[in-house]
Design a protein around this ligand. Structure first.
Ligand code: CU1
Ligand code: CU1
Length: 288
């Protein structure tokens, strides 16, 4: 039977406790740092050579869908009642409400060094030492809302502009495309400053600290954020019946994107799955 991923603002005290406990256990077993390493390894941009699977590419959505399923599998081995909750940042917009409470992810980083001081993932709580970072810091950092140069979380209407696009993705299938659901949601924009960060990307910016780079998995909010992004893919499919992942077939030898991106029926490293395999997961989980 399919399990349910819930809105983080609806979790009971017991559900929060169990989620946190399972996360800490996966961390203790060393599995969590493998997830961080995998994400760093696949954090390639379209300015680099080679295949892009996780970001700046059509497979942004199926890649993270599979990545979340892997974490969820690890969590559910610890406690079969646990699923990854989602953070609806169009509704939960305060730096002190869900998911930033002491009984879940803890709050903002302190002013001096942005170190998170509250909740179970604070370094001082002793169970969340960062081992795989792009910097040397061993403590989790956040700068909710970006104190020095404040930004807002994406709005409902900004998210709506992604959902309204009936085409999954368009050539050249990278961070420069201005049409297509995938990049409108992933959020690479043209122009300078904060307009260049939309939807998914803007949320990483808003959280700040560890969430800014390839090691963003070190902040557990990564999963709650990506569960909400994943939910948008499901909503988009429901709205645009019959619309599919694109490209359906690989770009040809003369195309700049030849062997740079994953087409619908191609394998999506590091897993033995295709975007086509990831389009319908309704037998595995659903969203409440
Ligand atoms: Cu990512
Ligand atoms: Cu992300």
């Amino acid at each position: 039977m399919a399990y349910t991923r819930k809105d983080v603002s609806t979790l009971t005290a017991a559900e929060k406790r169990r989620f946190v406990k399972a996360m800490l256990e996966v961390k203790k077993r060393g599995q969590y740092d493998e997830f961080v390493r995998t994400h760093i390894e696949y954090y390639t941009s379209d300015g680099e050579d080679g295949l892009r699977t996780a970001h700046m590419a059509p497979s942004f959505l199926p890649w993270h869908r599979r990545f979340l399923l892997e974490l969820e599998k690890a969590l559910r081995k610890v406690d079969a009642s646990v699923t990854v909750p989602y953070w609806d940042w169009t509704r939960e917009r305060s730096a002190t409400a869900a998911p930033w409470t002491k009984d879940l992810l803890g709050g903002d980083g302190r002013r001096s060094d942005r170190q998170v001081m509250t909740g179970p993932f604070a370094y001082s709580a002793g169970q969340w030492t960062i081992k795989e970072g792009v910097t040397d810091g061993s403590f989790l950092t956040r700068d909710l809302g970006r104190s020095r140069d404040p930004i807002e979380l994406p709005t409902k209407s900004e998210l709506e502009s992604a959902l309204a696009d009936p085409v999954y993705d368009v050539s050249p299938w990278d961070s420069t495309v201005t049409r297509g659901f995938r990049n409108r949601l992933e959020g690479w924009g043209t122009g300078r400053g904060t307009v260049a960060w939309r939807n998914h990307n803007r949320v990483h910016r808003w959280v700040g600290g560890a969430m800014l780079g390839g090691a963003s998995v070190n902040d557990p909010v990564f999963w709650l954020h990506h569960a909400f992004v994943d939910l948008q893919w499901t909503r988009w499919q429901q709205r645009h019946r019959g619309a599919r992942y694109l490209p359906a077939s690989p770009p040809g030898a003369g195309d700049d994107q030849h062997e740079r991106i994953v087409a619908r029926h191609q394998k999506m490293p590091p897993w033995d799955v295709t975007p086509d395999d990831m389009e319908d997961v309704s037998r595995i989980y659903r969203y409440a």
